[in-house]
Design a protein around this ligand. Structure first.
Ligand SMILES: Nc1ncnc2c1ncn2[C@@H]1O[C@H](COP(=O)(O)OP(=O)(O)O)[C@@H](O)[C@H]1O
Ligand SMILES: [Mg+2]
Length: 317
């Protein structure tokens, strides 16, 4: 947890345009770390739009920076609600949402910068082939550029290795972690907040469970808040990201896909158990496409009763 000095410090940066030379605090060490994280070229992790640098004592902070330089006026519009963002984020956390704590958002060095509490974990399965190929092959691979057979094989092997290791981790997590994640979707929904960018790259998993990242606070704060959706839509949003282990199936063998499907039987049982633990009855027909994709038609038929067992104990409301 951040101490008071740190929170005060980040509060001073919040919503402002600051140049590294303006960043001053009693905490010299942190000051230097923030500045060097702002100026750093290399990244620790990246998504499609933002890059991420870990910094601070024991690297407990994650600094998100827009990848491309952004002009000031545009940044200002985005930043006018920086306080609203921090407050909404804190309110959701207070209610029990497993989301990354956001300390502040400001503009510096031509980037929009957000400082969050670092979550120790990574995406539940590879969602972005460009960034992943950059990491494993050293260059960005686009589906319509050619790639050597050797590199293709290497990419496939690494996708398999990564996704399998995350499945294995998820299989060891207690049911509580799945319940907490579903509860997070329910909390967002209670506020009429949809998890717009809902894919496997925006759910991180670690030894302590799951967290949602990349929430669209701006869209919510600028009027994107609506009435809660029906529970079944929330269930669909919750189940969908876990079905993507074989998203890049062109690079995987049939045997590897089968292994993912088999693991998904157990993972989906836990996901369905989580929904059931909140007393929510699922409209099975509407989620069948997700399940079929996640475990395959044959295995779904075979394991259907096993996966949905907990639903039998719920009465229609
Ligand atoms: N709080 C955090 N803790 C640890 N890693 C994070 C955190 N927030 C983001 N990341 C990492 O940075 C990447 C990019 O962040 P994200 O907000 O998803 O940006 P994008 O809009 O580019 O998808 C994520 O995929 C993840 O690897
Ligand atoms: Mg993302």
């Amino acid at each position: 947890m951040a101490n008071k000095e740190l929170v005060d410090y980040f509060n001073r940066l919040n919503g402002k345009t600051v140049s590294p030379s303006q960043i001053k605090t009693g905490n010299k060490q942190l000051n230097a770390e923030v500045i060097s994280a702002i100026k750093k070229n290399g990244v620790d992790s990246e998504g499609a739009c933002k890059e991420c640098v870990f910094f601070g004592d024991k690297k407990v902070f994650a600094m998100l920076k827009s990848k491309l330089p952004v002009k000031k006026p545009e940044a200002f519009n985005e930043l006018t609600d920086a306080n609203g963002l921090v407050n909404l984020n804190q309110q959701l956390i207070n209610e029990g949402a497993k989301i990354a704590k956001t300390f502040c958002k400001f503009y510096s060095n031509q980037r929009i910068i957000e400082i969050q509490e670092r979550f120790y974990g990574s995406e539940i399965s590879i969602a972005n082939l460009q960034t992943f190929s950059k990491k494993v092959l050293g260059f960005e691979f686009y589906p319509n550029t050619s790639i050597s057979a050797e590199n293709e094989k290497k990419l496939g092997k690494e996708i398999y290795k990564y996704n399998l290791s995350k499945q294995k981790l998820m299989l060891t997590l207690p049911q509580k972690c799945y319940d907490e994640l579903f509860n997070t979707f329910l909390i967002l929904n209670r506020h009429g907040l949809k998890f717009f960018d809902n894919h496997s790259g925006n759910i991180l998993v670690g030894e302590d469970g799951f967290t949602l990242i990349d929430l669209d606070y701006e869209q919510w704060l600028s009027g994107g808040m609506k009435k809660p959706y029906d529970f079944n839509s929330v269930v669909k949003d919750f189940l969908f990201p876990f079905s993507s282990a074989d998203l890049f199936c062109d690079y995987l063998t049939n045997g590897q896909i089968k292994e993912f499907n088999k693991n998904n039987v157990e993972i989906y049982k836990k996901l369905i158990d989580a929904v059931s633990s909140f007393g929510i009855k699922i409209e099975i027909e509407t989620i069948k496409p997700i399940l079929t994709y996640a475990v395959g038609t044959n295995l779904l038929n075979e394991k259907f009763n096993y996966i949905f067992d907990s639903q039998n104990r719920i009465k229609n409301k």
